[in-house]
Write a protein that binds this ligand. Sequence first.
Ligand code: UDP
Length: 318
Amino acid sequence: MRILLTGGAGFIGSHFSDRLLAEGHQVVVYDNLLTGSLDNIAHLLDRRDFTFIEHDVSESIPVEGQFKAVLHFASPASPNPNSPFGYPQLPIQTLKVGAMGTFNTLRIARAHEARFLLTSTSEVYGDPLEHPQREDYWGNVDPVGLRSVYDEAKRFAEAITMAHHRKHDLDTRIARIFNTYGPRMRLDDGRVVPNFLCQALTNQPLTIYGDGSQTRSFCFIDDMVEGLYRLLMAEGDVHLPVNIGNPVEVSIAALAEIVGQVSGQAIQTQTLPDQRGPSDPQRRRPDISRAKAWLDWEPKVTLETGLRLTMDDFKARL
Ligand code: UDP
């Protein structure tokens, strides 16, 4: 297939490009490099089956030729208010790429009668009051909170995707991505895995925000790519959102301990006041029954193995 992929220079998008090319597809990436990096796709730039176009997909998208699939991955994704790459620092761009970017990519999919895949997020559940989160849970989102620029943009993105499916019979798919980590993550984006790994590798104390009892469920990038690829390729009625994430839930304090074990050094931790305020979700874990049933997919890589692989990549880049 000839595939249009937005955000293909980002962490997940670049790994997905690798997978698409390995499966024999042709890939045209649009990315404005706001949070992505050419380093992630440098190894692909000379390939004839790969094209990179530096462009902001929130503006109109000029295309040449026909596409069989349109995949919208582009968005800032870090909630860190202190990083220049966090969506709280890029509020308008985040809203635009979730809203206009989704609309623009859907229009191309419609014009080309192409399959459409949106990467949405566990953030649509906000600070969830139901646990674990199933796709039919409607969420608990503050519409004007610090995270709202991301959460509400993705909720709009899901709504307009379903509207195109229902109104225009477009073949759409929606993946709700939970916390994902692995090689190529920005070292400086402020999320907990890159922070802890960089801190462990430079002998600094691991910064735990608040009491560390808040939980997340971390999915290694290879598992994520497999889940997304299966969703893209699935036949039949797979239009409603699908959680893609690892259901193994750990507290942030426990994650610090595991990073210590993986690094093989005695690590220190430092408790910092809660940096994120009330919108920082307390618990997050996907219910992946739907992904199991529809895609025959579940994650395979343990947190220890994934962190080891990620640490090797970070060591080489620090
Ligand atoms: N966190 C932390 N120390 C850090 C970075 C993050 O304790 O150095 C916490 C953060 O407050 C949140 C959790 O780790 O509760 C996960 O944060 P992350 O930024 O990785 O992404 P999120 O899952 O919140 O989108």
